[in-house]
Design a protein around this ligand. Structure first.
Ligand SMILES: [Zn+2]
Ligand SMILES: [Zn+2]
Length: 440
């Protein structure tokens, strides 16, 4: 398999003398199998260069599979400038996560409305198909593609391609589920010692991969001010990839404020950290134009069961349990807007009563409450047959290692630290529901 970087910048295109080496175009990475099956991870502004190259040099008719991580601007802005979509006879299949609230063609048409762009989506000449994906293993153009939800304030998928005996993983945009990475009651540095189930799943997803392309927008010093923006630090990437036995890591989604010199320093620091961890893993910051050839390895493989058909956008009843009426009101507005129906409880006793009478599809449960706290409520929910399997997402004000550890040991589905944004909450609720659907 061959991988080429056409756009490595995060958030917004950043041309200029300070970004010449690592590049100013937003996310776009091409992967081509030995048999010539072509995938495009994201369609940021880098897609314009890729499109021009394909129009000039690739055999026709073109046949492409675009895997969008999500539909934030920096991942789709190159689509209206991507030459193959204007070429009659070209076949372009676009894949993106389900559950953005609108259908994929509608989302892509939005940025091409006449107010913003002279050509509308339905005027494009190529044969374009749209596919909304859920977490799970899919076969696309004969290639095994596994998708898994990332942690970002939008429904976002990471992708793992398995072909030619190698595994390539693409994970932009993503931020740590927990600021505390390791459990204190086990040895750090191993996947099994990762505290938050989300981070553990993330490491398992990249396990044994030959090449992992990962969001590394921030330094650990910058991260506290950018928490909840949905991006990682190089430190998180190196720690997880080392634990997961990854062979080579390419860090991208570079911050627009980071010039080439700054990214050089990030690369040095990341390499020093990898060295300190005693791994032979290769670490680099990705640059525009970088091409990598991957030969057959032992990729390990990560399969995630494909999901059923539960509706992520509507019909499900969510119970919000929090003693803070303001938080309940904000969460209710966000979840109702996303199509859910919502029940509320201001304390543990009331929550157990409501859940016992009519079990909801999911419970969002605050940890710190007067009277019965969230951990005790979770314990009792797990004992009742009617609520034993209802997924529970815990909300915590303190990122306490102990509380997170106990919550996961009791079988909660997810853990979110306050303060969080409502798009984040909605994305995490949808991911929990999709996983519960798979387990059921
Ligand atoms: Zn982005
Ligand atoms: Zn994003």
């Amino acid at each position: 398999m061959r991988v080429r970087f056409w756009g490595t910048r995060g958030s917004i295109a950043t041309p200029g003398s300070g970004t010449n080496r690592f590049g100013g175009n937003t996310s776009c990475v091409e992967a081509v199998t030995d048999a010539g099956v072509r995938f495009v991870f994201d369609c940021g502004t880098g897609a314009r260069l890729l499109g021009a190259d394909l129009a000039a040099h690739a055999p026709k008719p073109l046949n492409l599979n675009i895997l969008l991580s999500h539909t934030h601007w920096d991942h789709i802005q190159g689509f209206p400038f991507f030459a193959p979509v204007f070429m009659p006879g070209s076949r372009v299949a676009v894949y993106a996560p389900q559950g953005s609230g609108r259908s994929l063609p509608l989302v892509l048409a939005g940025q091409m409305e006449t107010t913003y762009f002279p050509v509308e989506l339905d005027q494009l000449s190529a044969d374009i198909t749209y596919h909304e994906l859920r977490e799970g293993t899919h076969t696309i153009a004969g290639v095994e593609v596994t998708a898994q939800y990332l942690n970002h304030p939008a429904m976002t998928l990471g992708y793992r391609l398995e072909a030619d005996g190698v595994a390539v993983v693409y994970m932009c945009d993503h931020e740590p589920f927990s600021t505390t990475l390791w459990r204190t009651d086990s040895e750090p540095g191993r996947v099994g010692s990762i505290l938050h189930a989300g981070d553990r799943r993330h490491a398992e997803f990249m396990a044994g991969a030959d090449f992992v392309i990962h969001d590394a927008q921030y330094t650990p010093e910058e991260y506290p001010l950018k928490k909840n923006w949905g991006h990682s630090t190089y430190e998180y990437v190196v720690e997880l990839a080392t634990a997961a036995g990854v062979k080579s890591v390419a860090m991208m989604h570079h911050d627009p404020t980071h010039d080439d010199e700054f990214i050089d320093r990030i690369q040095d620091l990341a390499r020093s950290l990898a060295k300190a961890r005693g791994t032979s893993m290769q670490v680099a910051c990705a640059y525009e134009g970088w091409e990598v050839s991957l030969a057959r390895g032992e990729s390990g493989g990560a399969r995630v069961a494909a999901h059923g058909s539960v509706h992520l956008d509507g019909g499900n009843r969510i119970l919000i349990v929090d003693d803070d009426p303001d938080l309940r009101a904000l969460a209710r507005v966000a979840l109702v807007k996303a199509g859910f129906t919502v029940a509320e409880a201001s304390g543990g006793e009331e929550a157990l009563e409501i859940a016992g009478e009519d079990p909801p599809a999911m419970i969002v449960l605050d940890v710190l409450m007067p009277g019965l706290d969230g951990i005790e409520v979770l314990r009792r929910l797990r004992e009742l047959p009617a609520t034993r399997n209802v997924p529970v997402l815990m909300l915590t004000a303190l990122d306490s290692e102990e509380s997170i550890r106990i919550g996961f040991d009791l079988g909660c589905a997810d853990y979110v630290t306050k303060p969080f944004s409502m798009p984040q909450l909605t994305a995490r609720v949808r991911a929990c529901l999709a996983r519960a659907d798979e387990a059921g």
